[in-house]
Design a binder for this molecule. Structure first.
Ligand code: GRF
Length: 227
């Protein structure tokens, strides 16, 4: 490697199920030839569909089934060992449906990134699309953020918005939000790989050279929102 080449950004992706966000991350790294390597895809369920997909892609995969561990702390400790073996720069939670212990979050401080299907700080936790419909919000969406010990909370890297339409069901909204989730991860994985993302003294995210970190679903697809 030449002295000026960009260092490769080592990524571990955590999933629990289908893994469509993980697929977007993998596809983006490959299609854009980003200076990044997916070192492992790890799931907390051995039968997670996304694990099979990643294995077929030739990506190292591992299952750390949470049911094998008596306590949350014991599971998180085993998960941390599996992740540490990869020496990642970032750990991307992509539909990873486990609440993480403060010790785990501290261990990976500044490296853990999560996608949450709401416009945080609105609607943390589960069933976000039902929550949005029950509240009558007119805009809903998703948030990519650094993880802190507080559930679904932390410095926001990017957000994506979708309109809530009359007659929407939770499934309608989930489908619409998922399109924006994929767009967010595609952009953010590039920013991470290119070393553009940092936290300032106030623990707010800065992305060098990127003015707008918000996206919106339009009839033409997902676009950066105009500022
Ligand atoms: C996504 O909507 C994610 O935000 C939520 O669960 C879903 C996972 O989808 N937490 P996938 O596994 O990435 O397809």
């Amino acid at each position: 490697m030449g002295a000026t080449s960009t260092p490769v950004c080592r990524l571990v992706v955590l999933i629990s199920g289908r893994g469509s966000n993980m697929q977007t991350i993998v596809d983006t790294v490959r299609a854009q030839a980003l200076p990044a390597e997916i070192c492992a895809v790890i799931a907390n369920k051995a039968d997670a569909a996304g694990l099979a997909w990643a294995r077929e892609q030739g990506i190292p995969v591992q299952a750390v089934p949470h049911r094998d561990y008596a306590t949350r702390e014991a599971f998180d400790a085993a998960l941390a060992v599996a992740i540490d073996a990869c020496q990642p720069d970032y750990v991307l939670l992509a539909g990873f449906m486990r609440v993480l212990t403060p010790g785990f979050v501290e261990h990976f401080n500044g490296k853990l990134i999560n996608i949450h299907p709401s416009l945080l700080p609105a609607f943390p936790g589960l069933h976000t699309h039902q929550q949005a419909l029950a509240m009558g919000v007119q805009w809903h969406g998703c948030t990519l953020h650094f993880v802190t010990p507080v559930l679904d909370h932390g410095p926001i890297i990017a957000q994506g918005m979708v309109p809530v339409l009359s007659g929407d069901t939770p499934d309608d909204l989930a489908e619409r939000v998922l399109q924006v989730e994929h767009c967010l991860y595609a952009n953010v994985v590039r920013w991470l790989a290119e070393g553009l993302v940092s936290l300032d003294a106030m623990q707010r995210v800065q992305v060098r050279g990127v003015a707008s970190r918000s996206f919106v679903l339009t009839p033409q697809g997902v676009e950066p929102s105009q500022r």
